[in-house]
Design a protein around this ligand. Structure first.
Ligand code: URA
Length: 266
């Protein structure tokens, strides 16, 4: 099946009367390289429009149709923004706070309105994604699966090997046993230690509760990696827009980790 209306090779590249543009132009704008490179993607059968294979010369409406490369959606809808924020402590991860505390949305541009994907506690620091892309947010926050997140927990006292083993294997919390986690000691001392934990669940205050369950007191918690996202140069309280390739990688990861019922319907 043809994806869209074919086009003569010598036809102009601007949108036609129905807002359809050459697919290579849409892909190039979305960060897939030069138009020539995008033509090669189409010729190789890696591009679909609304689920149908695209061919060279096809046009598509980027506002209305769903383009995908290798099955991963291409972000063509106008107005979608993706901000990576380094959340400082003592900021709430909501749009508004009844107690008048500072919120994460106050740290990013006001327009277009964005919302945080998942949450970090009031005291937790580190990487948080804010976007107006509901589809990606839904994929990333699906309760039963989720992309990996890595946290650095600074804790009081020394960390015994048995504690690390317990955290790795899963600990019993009041909402059930945690899934196996990757855990390692970054620094160990008699008074203070630091451990790095990588989990893919997203339960409320999960890392703090896991640490408490094995007798560790957390005095600082920082999210250092969010799926494929990491940026050690982003200062606390500042944000940056994700690059198109970062958004694509995140989509890919989210689609790989989300169960079938969370997949977008296209
Ligand atoms: N786990 C926590 O305990 N707090 C967070 O903010 C995130 C993960």
């Amino acid at each position: 099946m043809r994806a869209t209306t074919p086009d003569r090779a010598d036809a102009p590249a601007r949108p036609d009367d129905e807002g359809r543009e050459r697919i290579q132009k849409v892909l190039a704008r979305a960060g897939f390289g030069s138009r020539r490179a995008c033509e090669q993607l189409i010729a190789a059968g890696r591009v679909t429009v609304d689920g149908a294979l695209a061919r060279l010369g096809d046009r598509a409406d980027p506002d209305d149709q769903r383009l995908a490369v290798d099955g991963v959606p291409v972000i063509t809808r106008p107005g979608l923004v993706y901000y990576l924020l380094n959340k400082p402590p003592q900021v709430v991860t909501t749009a508004q706070d009844p107690q008048g505390r500072p919120t994460v949305v106050e740290l990013v541009p006001e327009e277009p309105r964005v919302f945080p994907v998942g949450r970090l506690d009031f005291e937790t620091e580190g990487l948080l994604l804010l976007t107006n892309d509901g589809e990606l947010a839904q994929l990333l926050t699906h309760p039963s699966h989720g992309v990996e997140k890595t946290y650095l927990a600074e804790v009081t006292g020394a960390v015994e090997p048995g504690v690390i083993r317990a955290l790795r294997n899963g600990v019993d919390l009041d909402d059930g046993r945690t899934a196996p986690a990757r855990v390692h000691v970054v620094q160990s001392g008699p008074d203070r230690s630091a451990i790095e934990l990588t989990i893919h669940e997203g339960r409320n205050r999960q890392v703090r509760r896991m640490c408490a369950a094995v007798g560790l007191t957390v005095h600082r918690l920082v999210r250092t990696h969010l799926g494929s996202l990491h940026d050690s140069r982003l200062a606390p309280g500042t944000w940056r827009a994700l690059r198109p390739a970062e958004v694509r990688t995140l989509y890919k990861l989210a689609l790989e980790t989300a169960p079938g019922d969370a997949q977008p319907s296209h």
